[in-house]
Design a protein around this ligand. Structure first.
Ligand code: ZN
Length: 202
């Protein structure tokens, strides 16, 4: 399986990193080796002094497809989840400055937290609240209604470039409030008030 991530999909997060609003979705990939195994802590990698959390709504692809029309995109996923796109922000800033690919900063081992998935039927994918708590403080408070590109638009766009396969996971972008993690932090993610993951940082 592959992990497809969307960058700059919430206006307030674009502003907090002083990025430009893109004309098209920003896409990058993570390999399956980036998945943080269940019940494992997240270990801050030695190559970064500024790893950020980014909480994101996830969509799991349930049907093979390419060049998917936006109006049929909803048929390609049945379940949603919540995750963290851990980012070595210091390294990413250097790579961005030089116009280089982001993988070292975004796709390293453990950088993809993926919760269990829940049926999309009980949720309006275009109006679902989600939060990240760090040590019991609310640090990110998002709602998918604020996405620049909605899930069905993302699927249509991404599938022009990449065949979507069963089991692929899309990270749909992070809202404002990203920040640094420190050893012993506890990160708890909630989707529609349901706790989806609890991660300890080491
Ligand atoms: Zn992200």
């Amino acid at each position: 399986m592959k992990i497809i991530c969307i960058g700059r999909n919430y206006t307030e997060h674009i502003a907090e990193l002083s990025n430009e609003k893109p004309e098209n979705p920003v896409i990058f990939l993570k390999p399956d080796s980036a998945i943080l195994l269940k019940n494992n802590p997240f270990v801050i990698p030695a190559f970064s002094n500024d790893v950020h959390y980014e909480v994101e709504v996830l969509v799991k692809i349930s049907r093979l497809g390419k060049h998917i029309d936006k109006k049929f995109a909803h048929k390609y996923y049945e379940e949603i989840g919540l995750g963290i796109d851990f980012t070595a922000r210091d390294l990413q800033s250097k790579l961005k400055e030089k116009g280089l690919p982001w993988e070292k900063a975004k796709a390293f081992d453990g950088s993809a937290v993926i919760s269990n998935f829940i049926s999309k039927e009980d949720h309006d994918i275009n109006n679902t609240a989600f939060q990240l708590y760090k040590n019991d403080s609310l640090v990110q408070n998002g709602n998918t209604s604020n996405m620049l590109w909605k899930v069905d638009e993302i699927i249509a766009y991404v599938s022009q470039f990449f065949t979507l396969k069963i089991g692929d996971v899309i990270f749909t972008g992070t809202p404002a409030g990203v920040g640094k993690v420190l050893t012993n932090d506890i990160l708890i993610g909630k989707l529609s008030d349901k706790a989806m993951f609890k991660i300890k940082v080491k």
